[in-house]
Design a binder for this molecule. Structure first.
Ligand SMILES: C[S@@+](CC[C@H](N)C(=O)[O-])C[C@H]1O[C@@H](n2cnc3c(N)ncnc32)[C@H](O)[C@@H]1O
Length: 270
C-alpha cells in the first residue's frame, strides 16, 4: 500500500527521482508538482495491484510520461517500465538517475497521436494521465492502446471532466469555463482571457466518462470510471461525472453464436 513510508526500496527510488527533478524544476511550485507525481504513482500502483495483483515483473507503459514520476513509482513497485513522450524531459538523466543501469526502466519518444511504434500485446499495464485532452482522434488512440495491451491487460487513464474542473480549469486555470463545450471553452480562455495551454487542445468535451467509453468501445475496450478506494460514498456516487481515473480493459471475447437447424442457438469457439 502507499503508506509504507519506511519501505527502504521505495524510499531509495523516491530519493533518486527527487534528485533528478530537483536539478531541472524552474521554480518551487513546479518542483512540488513533479515530486507529487511519484506519490500519485504509488496511489495508482495500489489501485492497479488491487485489480491485477502485484506489479512485480509486469510490463508497464506510461504514455505522456513527462518527468516520469508516476513511472518511477511503478518501477519502485517492481514493474518493468517504459515511459513514452513526444518531448525529452531530461530522459538521459532520468533513466540514469532512477534506473541506474536497470534494463527495466527506459524512456522512448514518439507522437502518441499517431501509430505507436511498439509491439502488439506487449504491455500488462498502460497508464496515460493528462493526455486525452490533446487527443483529437480518440478512436486511433484507443485502438493503439488495445493493440499494445495484452489481452489480459489493464489501462488507467485520466482527463479532467467538466464537473471536476468547475472551480479551476486544469488547462486554462480559470473557474467555471470547464462547463462550456470545448470549442467555446477554448475560445473564451484563449481569446477573451488570453490564456494558453502548451499543447493543442482537442475538441472533445468530457462531461462524463461516456465520451471515452463510446470511443473505446469501437475498438473492443471497456471504460469504467473510478474514484480512489478511500473516497467517501458521496464521491463514489458521482464518479461517472468526476472520476479520479478510468480503468480501461479489453472486452471479453464474445463466443460467436449460430442458429442450429432446430432454431436453437449454438456457441462456436473462435
Ligand atoms: C499534461 S502533461 C501530463 C504529464 C503526466 N502524465 C502527468 O499527468 O503529470 C502531457 C504530457 O504529454 C506529452 N505530450 C504532448 N503531446 C504529445 C504527443 N503528441 N505525443 C506524446 N506525448 C505528448 C507532453 O510532453 C507532456 O509530458
Amino acid at each position: 500500500m502507499t503508506d509504507r513510508p519506511d519501505d527502504p526500496h521505495i524510499d531509495a527510488i523516491r530519493r533518486r527521482y527527487h534528485a533528478v527533478v530537483e536539478r531541472h524544476a524552474p521554480h518551487a511550485s513546479a518542483l512540488k508538482w513533479r515530486k507529487s507525481r511519484f506519490e500519485r504513482g504509488l496511489r495508482l500502483a495500489d489501485e492497479i495491484e488491487s485489480r491485477v495483483g502485484s506489479l512485480q515483473g509486469l510490463r508497464v507503459l506510461d504514455v505522456g510520461a513527462a518527468h516520469g514520476g508516476d513511472l518511477s513509482a511503478m518501477f519502485a513497485r517492481g514493474a518493468h517500465c517504459v515511459g513514452a513522450d513526444m518531448f525529452d524531459h531530461h530522459y538521459d538523466e532520468l533513466v540514469g538517475g532512477v534506473g541506474q543501469g536497470s534494463p527495466y526502466f527506459s524512456m522512448t519518444r514518439f507522437d502518441c497521436l499517431g501509430n505507436w511504434p511498439l509491439r502488439s500485446d506487449s504491455f500488462d499495464v498502460i497508464i496515460s494521465l493528462g493526455v486525452l485532452e490533446i487527443v483529437d482522434d480518440l478512436n486511433l488512440f484507443f485502438s493503439e492502446m488495445a493493440r499494445v495491451l495484452k489481452p489480459s491487460g489493464l489501462a488507467v487513464a485520466y482527463t479532467g471532466t467538466a464537473l471536476r474542473m468547475i472551480r479551476r480549469d486544469a488547462l486554462y486555470k480559470l473557474p467555471l469555463i470547464s462547463v462550456l463545450p470545448t470549442r467555446l471553452r477554448r475560445l473564451v480562455a484563449e481569446k477573451l482571457f488570453h490564456r494558453v495551454y502548451r499543447f493543442p487542445v482537442a475538441n472533445h468535451t468530457f462531461y462524463s466518462a461516456s465520451t471515452l467509453r463510446r470511443h473505446a468501445k469501437t475498438v473492443g475496450l471497456d471504460v469504467c470510471p473510478q474514484k480512489y478506494a478511500r473516497s467517501d460514498l458521496m464521491q463514489r456516487l458521482v464518479r461517472h461525472f468526476a472520476f479520479d481515473f478510468v480503468v480501461v480493459t479489453p472486452q471479453p471475447k464474445q463466443p460467436s453464436v449460430r442458429k442450429t437447424q432446430a432454431g436453437t442457438a449454438e456457441h462456436v469457439s473462435s
